[in-house]
Design a protein around this ligand. Structure first.
Ligand SMILES: Nc1ncnc2c1ncn2[C@@H]1O[C@H](COP(=O)(O)OP(=O)(O)OP(=O)(O)O)[C@@H](O)[C@H]1O
Ligand SMILES: [Mg+2]
Length: 333
């Protein structure tokens, strides 16, 4: 039998020094040249509980004779995070409104969801999710997402720059800003909804190349011109091999708040017909309603309320959830 080396003896002493309530989480201890390396399983622990585990392990091992230094490595469950981008060919069709409300509806149904406001030139999520006065903290190089009152975590350029300040950035800066938002400390969040700027520019390309979205939702208003633009956005996603979850028709049908009569300022059903024509699923209509605009500007997403205006968002969210479930089952990578 091999004689116990001094490293082995110190290692045994470290193992004994670890309190029984922590030893179940310890996967291995190794000793070399006075350095004790403790590997522990921090799966399922939040950030502060993991930091506490690390501290307690260090405190347990460092007094052991023969230990000069303790290195604790925590293994976390790798969260399989799904990424859904919300895009449109044209500006002002309601991407940001839809993103915020889908996130709120999904959070209500128990999903751990985060919103990334990738509209670096014109961020709006901090207003929509009532976080206009918040600033983002960073720990080390990682941004800590803001926890909105609606159960949705979020990061937005709007929380990094002063309101109303114009941002004139060049391509590479856009890429690194987007990287910081995407790689924030999302913790358990397993779904990110990304609110894209309009069109098919730098942010979209960086997003598609660097972060490989699970799927894309395309928003359009019912009129022809918007639909032509929507088709362009769909082409971009298809070229990048991002699966299209479907098209949402926003601002379809206007109910007059005083007489109740429904009119169709932009026509109706155009997006649904276009979706069928280009063989893309149709996810639903969101009506044009003054209350949606007012509530949104006020940081109160209609999806958070029990009112009728939350219903279309809840229905679209349910379809998205189902699509994501299917996509996760097909995931082989
Ligand atoms: N269904 C709706 N009914 C009424 N107003 C709406 C509706 N959807 C969006 N709006 C309003 O339209 C405006 C544009 O919406 P939003 O900012 O969501 O569009 P966007 O596509 O993100 O725009 P941009 O391209 O500038 O990022 C906002 O004032 C919003 O409140
Ligand atoms: Mg927007």
């Amino acid at each position: 039998m091999r004689a116990m080396s001094s490293d082995d003896a110190v290692k045994q002493a470290v193992l004994q020094a670890i309190p029984p309530e922590l030893s179940g989480m310890v996967r291995s201890v190794s000793m070399r040249d006075g350095v004790a390396t403790v590997i522990a399983d921090a799966g399922g622990l939040g950030r502060s509980a993991a930091a506490q585990l690390q501290r307690e392990l260090e405190e347990a091992a460092s007094p052991v004779a023969g230990v000069n230094e303790v290195r604790v490595a925590l293994m976390a469950d790798k969260v399989q995070r799904q990424i859904v981008v919300i895009g449109s060919g044209k500006g002002g069709v309601g991407k940001s409104t839809l993103t915020a409300n889908l996130a709120v509806a999904l959070a209500k149904s128990g999903r751990k969801v985060g919103v990334v406001d990738a509209d670096i030139y014109g961020p709006s999520q901090s207003v929509l999710l009532n976080a206009a006065d918040t600033k983002l903290r960073a720990e080390g190089k990682m941004l800590i997402p803001h926890e909105s009152e609606y159960g949705v975590k979020m990061v937005s350029m709007g929380q990094l720059v002063e309101a109303g300040k114009a941002i004139a950035w060049r391509g590479p800066m856009v890429g690194s800003a987007l990287g910081q938002l995407m790689e924030a400390d999302w913790g358990e969040t397993d779904l990110l909804l990304v609110d894209l700027p309009p069109g098919t520019g730098d942010v979209q390309l960086t997003m598609l190349q660097k972060f490989k979205p699970t799927g894309a939702v395309v928003v359009s208003t019912p009129q022809d011109l918007a639909l032509i633009d929507a088709t362009r956005a769909i082409d971009l996603f298809r070229q990048a091999q991002v699966p299209i979850v479907g098209i949402v028709e926003n601002m379809s049908g206007y109910q007059c708040p005083s007489c109740g009569e429904v009119s169709e300022p932009f026509g109706q059903g155009g997006a649904e017909a276009a979706a069928t024509a280009i063989e893309v699923p149709f996810l639903g209509h969101v009506p044009l309603a003054m209350e949606i605009r007012i509530a949104s500007d006020d940081g109160k997403p209609p999806a958070a309320s029990e009112g009728a205006l939350g219903a279309p968002f809840a229905e679209i969210a349910a379809q998205l959830q189902q699509w994501l479930g299917q996509s996760a089952m097909n995931y082989t990578g």
